[in-house]
Design a binder for this molecule. Structure first.
Ligand SMILES: Nc1ncnc2c1ncn2[C@@H]1O[C@H](COP(=O)(O)OP(=O)(O)OP(=O)(O)O)[C@@H](O)[C@H]1O
Length: 262
């Protein structure tokens, strides 16, 4: 009898306090390989905190993070990155003095042990650089490759951040508001990139841009005041009135469900 594979990402009872503030309260989530999942909610709901706990840049007070069935709660961000967690940030992290291309080359390094000797091998360097150029083409920045990253406009830096996250070829990709600050063209470019992501990659998208969420996500978790209000299929969940109110921050924060989520 074949057993089903473990979830690509499984969060169990994640809880994070900042002093007296309960930023995340008993949050659970299970995503299979290839998931297209959005986490939405008003400002301060705990979305970035959740991504930080998954990426390992912050630690939970309680609860666990598992990647492909392996508990990674105590692993460093670099260790999780090597196991396949990749992310983009709300504030792009590119090194401004390096070129756009160099930033993507560097970002693609950690997950590829076979590339470790590449600095000493011109042939490997060429392959790795060609791969970085392809990621820049994917996000529409090929013509900026030789510019210092610090000279990019804000929206371009966000796309560079996305290319850098993709270059590591993650199995679980965390995207923190990738549409923020993008022009309409940038949003269009972003949605095409999201549509073309590797179908095996599980993606967690935190995003306020509701059209981007509606087009991309198959499932959605709504967070409100650190608690899961609902997790469900995207279309039905986004249409629920209490979700719309919580999302806009106009309605009362509803009580979390008492029954276990399906
Ligand atoms: N390092 C920290 N120290 C103290 N409080 C924090 C810290 N990080 C986050 N918080 C608080 O935790 C709560 C959740 O913050 P978080 O950034 O996760 O929300 P968010 O849903 O991502 O909001 P936004 O949509 O504005 O980015 C907020 O009240 C925030 O002020």
């Amino acid at each position: 009898m074949t057993s089903s594979p473990p979830p690509a990402l499984e969060l169990t009872a994640l809880t994070r306090r900042f002093g007296r503030l309960l930023a995340l309260d008993d949050v659970g989530l299970s995503l299979a390989a290839g998931a297209r999942h959005a986490v939405i909610g008003p400002n301060g709901a705990g979305k970035s905190t959740l991504l930080n706990l998954v990426a390992g840049t912050d630690r939970p007070d309680h609860g666990t993070v598992a990647l492909d069935g392996r508990d990674v709660t105590r692993l460093s961000p670099a260790g999780r990155c090597r196991l396949g967690i990749g992310r983009s940030f709300q504030q792009p992290l590119a090194v401004p003095e390096l070129t756009v291309l160099e930033n993507v080359v560097l970002a693609g390094w950690p997950r590829h042990p076979r590339r470790r000797g590449a600095w000493r091998s011109p042939a490997k360097q060429r392959l790795h650089t060609a791969s970085a150029r392809r990621w820049l083409e994917t996000v529409g920045l090929a013509d900026r490759a030789e510019l210092p990253a610090g000279r990019l406009a804000h929206g371009e830096r966000r796309l560079l951040d996305l290319a850098a996250a993709l270059a590591a070829e993650p199995s679980v990709l965390l995207l923190d508001e990738p549409a923020a600050g993008l022009t309409d063209d940038g949003v269009e470019r972003l949605t095409s990139v999201l549509d073309a992501l590797d179908e095996r990659t599980a993606v967690v998208l935190v995003e306020h841009h509701v059209e981007v969420v509606a087009r991309f996500a198959r499932t959605v978790t709504v967070l409100a005041a650190g608690r899961v209000l609902v997790t469900g299929p995207a279309r039905e969940t986004l249409a629920r009135p209490e979700v719309r109110d919580a999302y806009r921050g106009t309605g009362p924060v509803p009580a979390p469900p008492s029954a276990p989520r399906g």
